[in-house]
Design a protein around this ligand. Sequence first.
Ligand SMILES: Nc1ncnc2c1ncn2[C@@H]1O[C@H](COP(=O)(O)OP(=O)(O)O)[C@@H](O)[C@H]1O
Ligand SMILES: [Mg+2]
Length: 348
Amino acid sequence: MIVAENLVKEFRLAERRPGLAGSLSTLFTRRHRIVRAVDGVSFTIPAGSKTAYIGANGAGKSTTIKMLTGIMTPTSGRCLVRGIEPYRHRQANARRIGVVFGQRSQLWWDLSVPDSFRILRRVYDIPDAVYRRNLALYRDLLDIDALGTTPVRQLSLGQRMRAEIAASLLHDPAVVFWDEPTIGLDMVLKDAVRHLVNRVHQELGTTVVLTSHDITDIAAICDSALVVDRGRVVHQGSIRDLLRTADRRSVLFDHRGGPGPESACARIERGLPGVSAASAEDGRIRVDYPVDAFTSRQVLAFLLEHFDLADCYAPEPDLEDVLRRIYGGGRREPVPAEVPGPRQEGAA
Ligand SMILES: Nc1ncnc2c1ncn2[C@@H]1O[C@H](COP(=O)(O)OP(=O)(O)O)[C@@H](O)[C@H]1O
Ligand SMILES: [Mg+2]
């Protein structure tokens, strides 16, 4: 179980005035600006769950994960991972967790992947059988052998991420924290990663905490969601519950005979005020309705009355739409991935 109690992390940033005089003056005067990256966050993540830690860029996800992995100490409040405070017991915590930071490498920059794995095997004291089983799995799913003896620094981002993901699971950790683990992966590899994490979760009951910009990753891997906005938790529950908070839903349908697409859409919008209808090239019509004004039953009844339906279905609400609304429409632009840096012990 992972617990956060009123977790706060503030950063002190030196205020810079422009120009050389400005740079020099910061040496003498102490003007600081406080950035509150995590603002009193409390949550409980049950053991064995696969939780998506969701939030816009800058919402404090990575900072929270750094506290949960022991890299950073909270300004106030505390967190517990399986009963221990990670930043107080870094070593003990490290043995039981696996970590991927998509934006920063956990591997040794100058070593090849097989050499890194051999070191991790000794660091974690991984039993032979476990090590061999896991390598065989990564060989199959992540094509790890293809990375050869190239130093990590010369791998492509996608190759490195495969190695990072494998490394995070090598010691059968009880908890994995994956922060943007699919950066740089193509569709085939993303699928492989989802397959891998689901398999590990099924076999070992691993707790998975994942952040991703890729909503399809979240939908494919996670069963629960923790949504943070501006440093605070704004939703916690199953992905299903999250989808239920959608304020608009859709029905798609095909119909036989008249009217043509344009007049069909016009008829729907006239008959159901507040509803929008649009037709695709193949004649399929999409109806979007606000859930506070209409039930799906009312919409369906209207369609049955006015059209000769050939096919009809109601898709799940779009997770991305739901999140966009939670962020209040003021969604910040995603920042491109930083150039990954070398392994840095204890760096912020
Ligand atoms: N080491 C740091 N020093 C100063 N500010 C930081 C540092 N790390 C993060 N921040 C700031 O804290 C906020 C949250 O950052 P982060 O946790 O990386 O968000 P997310 O991972 O959700 O995008 C941002 O405004 C970011 O600029
Ligand atoms: Mg981040």
